[in-house]
Design a protein around this ligand. Structure first.
Ligand code: ZN
Length: 98
């Protein structure tokens, strides 16, 4: 059975992904000025490293959004920030190209 053909999965959202993209988006200019390469490969490396260090937080409903909001208040954004910090540090020190 092909679930993706039978059901509309577009309401499925990973809040962790959303938070990582927001965090990196707000800092990319500054980090680029500090030596981070902002090419497609390096930005995807940063995002991948950060996401793999974090737990996914999927939701598909309004309840999920409320849960995610509570999680933000409980300091999850700090955890996301730290994961993005580490990912930027690693990619800046060791970009996937010369
Ligand atoms: Zn690059």
């Amino acid at each position: 059975m092909d679930i993706e053909k039978l059901y509309d999965l577009s309401p499925l959202v990973n809040d962790t992904e959303r938070l990582v993209l927001e965090e990196l988006g707000s800092r990319l200019e500054e980090e680029t000025a500090n030596g981070l390469c902002d090419c497609q490969d390096c930005v995807l490396d940063v995002i991948t490293l950060a996401l793999n260090a974090l737990k996914p937080r999927y939701h598909a409903s309004l309840m999920g959004t409320m849960y995610a909001h509570a999680a933000e208040l409980n300091g999850y954004t700090n955890t996301v920030k730290e994961a993005v910090d580490k990912a930027i540090f690693r990619v800046r020190a060791n970009p996937s190209h010369s």
